[in-house]
Design a protein around this ligand. Structure first.
Ligand code: NAD
Ligand code: LMR
Length: 324
């Protein structure tokens, strides 16, 4: 039997965790034959609710779920963790931008970064989901000087999946038939879902859809999808977010089938300053995210990428006091 792995979810009583925990427990991260110890971190007032989630998980009798623990102590929750999903944070309400959450949520991620630094396993992989995810990842990573920066990531996979879903519906193919799509930048309204390099069955997507549709429907719809879901559901996306988070972690460990979008600390590619967490075209291989380098960037792409750089730099400046 494979070596057991410990996976921590913060915000264990929340909506996203309620979808995510069942996929994780069934082996969707490390594989169906790897025993999993699941740790749910919550704030003290939500520990009881997280205990209810743990009861339900136990009642699902997953063959590989060895142990479930619930705590409000971050060091305990991350102790020996191999994978951590940092989900616990306030969601935005209708009319708010994700960056409006920075003041309330930013302060969660420094202490959690320090706790990860002190207690996680050497092979820890961290995915920040709580919004604004890119800058929260920056805060957590700065608080964890002993963990290599590339072990921290923020989620662009939901945006990537949204772009795939919308495009597949438009041209009448399966999402799996689409390759080389990327969402650059910030998980915000400024994000840039980019079809420049995308292909279907070896054919450029640009031959199948017109630029007018890309600019007036595709890009805005992908970028506004989170707000549209809040307007329709009265709650932010949960199952799709959980799905994307698990897929991100799975691919990081096992490798991706092709290009996927992931926010990683910029290694200084495509004129993007080093260190900010930015959505890039990547392939996960040998346990690492590799950036697809050498792509030609047009002036129109450059403008959209630069808008994301600017926004991420502004967010970084707004939390400068939290960057230890
Ligand atoms: P939710 O309100 O249902 O659950 C959040 C949970 O986090 C709550 O149970 C709360 O008690 C807990 N929490 C708050 N502070 C905590 C802390 N310091 N430590 C541990 N737990 C803490 O919200 P949700 O729908 O699960 O969404 C969670 C976050 O994910 C939000 O910020 C939301 O905007 C974000 N989100 C991001 C994406 C993405 O693509 N990056 C997608 C969807 C949602
Ligand atoms: C999403 O994209 O669905 C999440 O980031 C939630 C939100 O606030 O839009």
């Amino acid at each position: 039997m494979a070596t057991p792995k410990k996976i921590t979810i913060t915000g264990g009583a929340g909506n996203i965790a309620y979808s995510m925990a069942w996929r994780i427990a069934s082996g969707a991260v490390y594989g169906p034959n790897t025993p999993v110890d699941l740790s749910l971190l919550e704030i003290p007032t939500a520990v009881r609710a997280a205990e209810g989630v743990a009861m339900e998980l136990q009642d699902s009798a997953f063959p590989m779920l060895r142990n479930i623990s619930v705590t409000d102590n971050a060091e305990k929750a991350f102790n020996g963790a191999n994978a951590a999903f940092l989900v616990g944070a306030k969601p935005r309400s209708k009319g708010e931008e994700r960056s409006d959450l920075l003041a309330a949520n930013g302060k969660i991620f420094g202490p959690q970064g320090r706790a990860l630094n002190n207690s996680a396993a050497d092979d820890i992989r961290i995915l920040v989901v709580g919004n604004p995810a890119n800058t929260n990842a920056l805060i957590a990573q700065h608080a964890a000087p002993d963990i290599p920066a590339e072990r921290f990531t923020a989620m662009m996979r939901l945006d990537h999946n949204r772009a795939l879903g919308l495009l597949a519906a438009k041209i009448g193919v399966l999402t799996t038939e689409i390759s080389q799509l990327v969402v650059w930048g910030n998980h915000s309204i400024t994000q840039f879902p980019d079809l420049t390099y995308a292909t279907v069955d070896g054919r450029s997507v640009l031959e199948l859809v017109d630029q007018e549709w890309i600019n007036t429907e595709f890009i805005p719809q992908v970028a506004q999808r989170g707000a549209d879901i809040i307007a329709a559901r009265g709650l932010s996306s949960a199952a799709s977010a959980a799905y994307a988070a698990v897929d991100h972690m799975h691919d990081w460990i096992h490798g991706s089938k092709g290009w996927v979008s992931a926010a990683i600390p910029s290694p200084g590619v495509y004129g993007i300053p080093e260190g900010i967490f930015v959505g890039l075209p990547t392939i996960a291989r040998n346990g690492k995210w590799e950036v697809i380098e050498g792509l030609e960037i047009s002036p129109e792409q450059r403008q959209r990428i630069n808008a994301n750089i600017l926004e991420l730099q502004e967010e970084r400046a707004a939390v400068a006091h939290l960057l230890s």
